[in-house]
Design a protein around this ligand. Structure first.
Ligand code: ASP
Length: 356
């Protein structure tokens, strides 16, 4: 009997220890369930450009206009995804809303080149097939993201430019407009200011100022979208007028796959905005995906490293929006602000303009 009592006590202690550890650390099934909880069935994120966007330079009315348009745009994509539509459709249709608004530097609100024209760039990528399409330097295509998608789906090419891209657009029945459609007073005044500043700076013989009119005080305003659909497919797209006062047929990062846009079901979908030359040199969108693929890091870690360290050390400014295959969303930038919005599968909406 004397031996039985300590044995009973020992068993009792062991039993209570086991119960204790169950409540502290979840079992395998429980932790799978927990990460399932965080996994989004579908999700969407957009940007409307990054730059020197400061609250003190903004009126409450203007701020409300941006917020309303961002919300209108993202809700279009959200509805498509909610109804089982594809991430490609969500990206294209969401971008269309922003392209049709003069608020953003894409479509209707495209900035002016040095020659007082509007030359638009866009790209789109399908994360499932790694197929991609882009158009560069068009002057008559109303919604360049539609052309980019047609290049991806209806041609054997990835990027078309200038007159050839416009001929292809017409052949595909894509809406074209007179170049004057893109005239907006605001953007034209920005060009005039950039040119005046350039003259002053060149008069002072400061050669380094050559590119400055393109960036100082710019609210870049490019638009982009990344989406995950119910079938687990990722897609991303970007559309822009480029940078004010650009010349010599300059093409930025927006139509370059890997710089302005990238999507891969195995990693993430990314759209960039900022000083394009740096995004091309840094292969920003692809770099984020590559870090996830080769180093096994999370989307957050990869985006932070690429934007806050690599791009910043190179001297580049701007940001990205991105999401991964679980619908986890990132909005990373090194500028004073970035127009942005995100929605998860529960319909929770977040809209932002200034730094976090
Ligand atoms: N990245 C664009 C370009 O360099 C500009 C922008 O994002 O606002 O053309």
């Amino acid at each position: 009997m004397k031996k039985i009592i300590p044995l009973f006590l020992l068993l009792l202690i062991c039993f209570s220890c086991e119960n204790q550890s169950k409540s502290d650390t979840p079992s395998q099934n429980e932790s799978a369930e927990m990460s399932e909880d965080k996994r989004q069935e579908f999700a969407i994120v957009i940007h409307g450009g990054a730059g020197t966007i400061l609250k003190e330079n903004m009126t409450p009315e203007r701020e409300a206009e941006y917020q309303a348009k961002l919300e209108e745009a993202i809700r279009v994509g959200y509805e498509i995804l909610k109804n089982g539509g594809s991430s490609l459709d969500a990206v294209e249709k969401t971008i269309n809303v922003m392209e049709d608004s003069p608020l953003f530097n894409a479509g209707k609100g495209a900035v002016f080149t040095n020659a007082e024209t509007n030359e638009l760039d866009a790209s789109i990528m399908d994360g499932k097939t790694l197929n991609a399409g882009a158009s560069a330097g068009t002057t008559t295509v109303r919604n360049p993201i539609n052309l980019a998608r047609a290049v991806m789906e209806k041609s054997e090419h990835v990027m078309l430019s200038g007159k050839g891209a416009e001929t292809f657009a017409k052949e595909q029945g894509i809406t074209t407009v007179e170049p004057e459609y893109f005239y907006t007073e605001n953007r034209f005044n920005s060009l005039k200011r950039a040119k005046d500043r350039e003259k002053v700076e060149l008069d002072h013989d400061d050669k380094t100022a050559f590119y400055d009119p393109l960036i100082k005080d710019s609210k870049y305003g490019t638009v982009g979208c990344a989406a995950l659909d119910k079938n687990g497919n990722l897609a991303a797209g970007t559309s822009t007028g480029g940078m004010t006062n650009k010349r010599y047929g300059r093409i930025g990062d927006a139509p370059i796959i890997g710089s302005g846009t990238y999507a891969n079901n195995a990693t993430c979908a990314v759209s960039s905005t900022g000083w394009g030359e740096y995004f091309i040199r840094g292969q920003v969108a692809y770099d984020i995906s590559a870090m996830m693929e080769y180093k096994g890091v999370s989307l957050e870690e990869a985006s932070k490293e690429v934007i806050q360290n690599k791009l910043t050390n190179l001297g580049g400014t701007g940001g990205i929006i991105a999401l991964d295959k679980t619908g986890n969303i990132v909005m990373e930038f090194n500028t004073a602000g970035m127009y942005r919005a995100k929605m998860n599968d529960k319909g929770e909406l977040t809209v932002g303009i200034y730094e976090k």
